[in-house]
Design a protein around this ligand. Structure first.
Ligand SMILES: Nc1ncnc2c1ncn2[C@@H]1O[C@H](COP(=O)(O)OP(=O)(O)OP(=O)(O)O)[C@@H](O)[C@H]1O
Ligand SMILES: [Mg+2]
Length: 506
């Protein structure tokens, strides 16, 4: 098959206070599956945006089969066959339109510009054929708002490869997906590269996946490209992590066993209005880190939000130190000293148009007030503390969160609650999208909270994290608790068994 090659020569880009890319020489040919890895803020998304025409201010050159191309806007990139699927899939879709219309959006827009009448039958047929070709099993007549997140992502990929796409960039596509959904995505990636000769550039912090599906790898660090090589059976996760961080790093987290007191926080027989949660009971002792594991869709996030008053409760009780808490809204929860780091950081966890220092103080503003005014100085002091302990990559504490990289936004969302003085901390997938180094920093801070006698609920679908940080864990399946396990006495396999609905007597 004919190879098409895209190449960057000394591509650099600077934002106020940040040299985001320095002299990047990157190249890829069609048919390849390339991993691009690096710590949070390394420049992965920035480089990909250059290729997608979304960072017009770059210097240096981009060449397509040896010819210089000017990627100064997304439509030029698209015309040259370069497509990108960002992680925030909702922003790129039209929820009220059908799957077919979304897949054929480029054709619809071109038709509109040229004032050509729309042939709706053709739109439906062409979309159906694309879905069939890609082995994606979604009805083209459904409205996009009815789809799951994983399905929306597939629709975006179908749109991207509908025309003449040669290079498909997927920026952290697997972060929100379940294991089964991830497998479907991988099958699609294999089809696109092997059968359709497309180059797929795959960004991920999950290095196991990278070793499994990618053929070549590019490692970035601090805006520089530090390594570029084919993945072989000799390539190890440790070697990649060392290159990413620029130092030797052990993927091992020493769990320190702190003092665990009496039961302080209890959820009894919780049911939500929607009927997702079925009599969920969990308790946490003082100083204890309690996990909630289970697959994507088990009801874990619903549990967190219902406890926190962000979803309507139908029945059941939430108690702190034996006293029932009347939580009807998140404001009530905060008043009772509960904190929640939600899963969807951009939507619920941070205020992206506010500076880092304000976000890090936002969960407990009275703490920063001198009587009437909220002190900027106190907020800045607090911010410096967390910028350091979480390694938040930002030029200054006054930077708007919108300008931070995805993983650094997540660190701010976590730091916001760490800085608040809560009795109960609920973390819903706090390490999603953060690099391995930062994951350890977050673990360390959570352990410090527990050591101070607070209650921690740690919610994740990653069994390895449950094993690393919790004292005890509940497993959820279909809105029910299927098991309660002492971490030291269980295994990842046992957790998986209950996560997939296993029962003791089977
Ligand atoms: N529009 C912008 N304005 C200012 N700074 C920016 C902008 N876009 C990116 N940056 C900065 O450039 C650097 C690289 O960010 P980038 O998003 O490329 O990181 P990343 O490798 O994708 O990280 P992550 O794994 O967290 O997604 C970061 O320091 C980020 O804050
Ligand atoms: Mg990124």
């Amino acid at each position: 098959m004919e190879k098409i090659r895209i190449e960057t020569r000394n591509v650099s880009i600077e934002f106020p206070g940040v040299k985001a890319l320095s002299d990047i020489n990157f190249s890829i040919e069609t048919g390849d599956v390339r991993a691009v890895v690096g710590a949070n803020g390394a420049g992965k998304s920035t480089l990909m945006k250059v290729l997608a025409g979304a960072n017009p201010g770059y210097t240096g050159q981009v060449l397509l089969n040896g010819n210089v191309v000017e990627l100064r806007n997304p439509s030029v990139a698209k015309k040259l066959g370069i497509e990108i699927v960002y992680q925030e899939v909702d922003m790129a879709l039209f929820p009220a339109q059908t799957v077919a219309e979304n897949i054929m959006m480029n054709e619809l827009i071109t038709g509109m510009e040229r004032k050509v009448a729309v042939n709706w039958k053709h739109i439906r047929t062409a979309a159906r054929e694309t879905l069939k070709r890609l082995h994606i099993d979604i009805d083209e007549n459904l409205q996009v708002s009815e789809l799951s997140l994983a399905q929306k992502q597939l629709v975006l990929i179908a749109r991207a490869v509908q025309g003449s796409c040669n290079f498909l960039i997927l920026d952290e596509p697997t972060a929100p997906l379940s294991t089964a959904e991830t497998e479907k995505l991988f099958a699609l990636v294999e089809h696109l590269t092997k059968t359709e000769n497309i180059a797929v550039i795959f960004i991920s912090h999950r290095l196991q996946e990278v070793l499994r599906i990618c053929r070549t790898i590019t490692v970035m660090r601090n805006g520089e490209l530090v390594a570029n090589y084919p993945i072989t059976s000799q390539t190890t996760i440790k070697s990649i992590v060392d290159q990413m961080l620029g130092r030797s790093f052990e993927e091992y987290f020493p769990k320190v066993q702190g003092h665990i007191g009496e039961v302080a926080f209890e959820v009894k027989n919780l049911c939500d209005e929607e009927g997702m949660l079925k009599n969920v009971s969990v308790n946490i002792r003082q100083g204890e880190i309690v996990g909630v594991s289970g697959l994507v869709g088990a009801g874990k996030s619903e549990l967190c939000k219902t406890i926190f008053g962000a979803r309507a409760k139908k029945s059941g009780q939430v108690l702190l130190n034996g006293k029932e808490l009347k939580i009807k809204s998140p404001t009530d929860a905060v008043r009772y000293k509960l904190g929640l780091v939600p899963e969807e950081r951009r939507k619920e966890g941070v205020l992206v148009d506010e500076p880092v220092y304000f976000n890090l103080a936002a969960a407990d503003l009275p703490k920063y007030s001198n009587g009437i005014f909220i002190s900027r100085k106190k907020q800045l002091e607090n911010a410096q503390n967390y910028i350091q302990s979480l390694g938040i990559k930002t030029p200054t504490a006054s930077q708007l969160v919108a300008f931070l990289s995805g993983g650094n936004q997540q660190k701010v969302a976590v730091g916001k609650w760490l800085a608040a003085d809560c009795e109960v901390y609920i973390f819903d997938e706090p390490t999603k999208g953060v690099d391995v180094g930062a994951k350890h920093d977050i673990f360390q801070l959570i352990q410090d909270i527990a050591a101070a006698g607070k209650c921690v609920l740690y919610v994740t679908s990653e069994t390895s994290e449950i094993m690393a940080i919790t004292d005890r864990t509940y497993v959820m399946y279909g809105g029910c608790v299927t098991a309660e396990l002492v971490t030291a006495d269980t295994t990842e396999d046992e957790i998986m068994f209950y996560s997939t609905g296993g029962k003791d007597n089977e």
